[in-house]
Design a protein around this ligand. Structure first.
Ligand code: HEM
Length: 137
């Protein structure tokens, strides 16, 4: 069971967060905060598939790259907040170092059409020189 932090937020481990990786039960981690996007994913302006892709994972890098206006997203994030990463947990789950580009590569495998849409938003980082990097497992 999660224990509350000093700010009254529940604290979660990656082990717990990774369980919420289903369309019917999906959490995201952004900047060490945990968000339950289960009921909200269909209303995400960027579509539910990109959220599904990161369910149970850390989406900090991709989130920052795509949503440049913190004031807009803050309004959306607030009601979805359910807790934060426990202090002893690493920023990313172990054995996973999801960069923006490798995230895009795996999305391309999943969804060609989606890759195209997202890569439009990513035009700054989506340079040919970036695309030869190693794919993630
Ligand atoms: C809880 C997490 C998230 C929240 C609250 C959120 C919120 C938003 C909001 C408010 C917009 C519209 C931006 C605007 O009007 O300027 C947006 C657009 C978008 N989001 Fe997210 N987002 C989240 C996570 C993600 C993730 C993980 C991705 C992964 C790729 C993503 C991809 C996109 C894309 C591609 C758009 C642009 C859609 C378009 O312009 O067609 N979002 N998001």
């Amino acid at each position: 069971n999660p224990s509350p932090s000093s700010q009254g937020l529940n604290m979660y481990t990656w082990q717990e967060i990774q369980r919420h990786n289903q369309e019917t039960d999906q959490w995201l981690v952004i900047n060490r905060k945990v968000y339950d996007v289960t009921g909200w994913a269909d209303r995400h302006p960027g579509g539910h598939q990109v959220l599904n892709h990161y369910a149970g994972e850390d989406a900090t890098d991709v989130f920052r790259a795509i949503h440049p206006d913190p004031d807009i997203v803050r309004l959306y994030l607030k009601p979805l907040l359910i807790g934060e990463l426990a202090p002893e947990e690493p920023n990313q789950e172990r054995n996973k170092n999801v960069s923006e580009v490798s995230g895009l590569k795996s999305m391309q495998r999943d969804e060609d059409e989606l890759y195209f849409r997202v890569s439009l938003s990513f035009s700054v980082v989506n340079q040919p020189s970036c695309l030869g990097g190693p794919a993630i497992a």
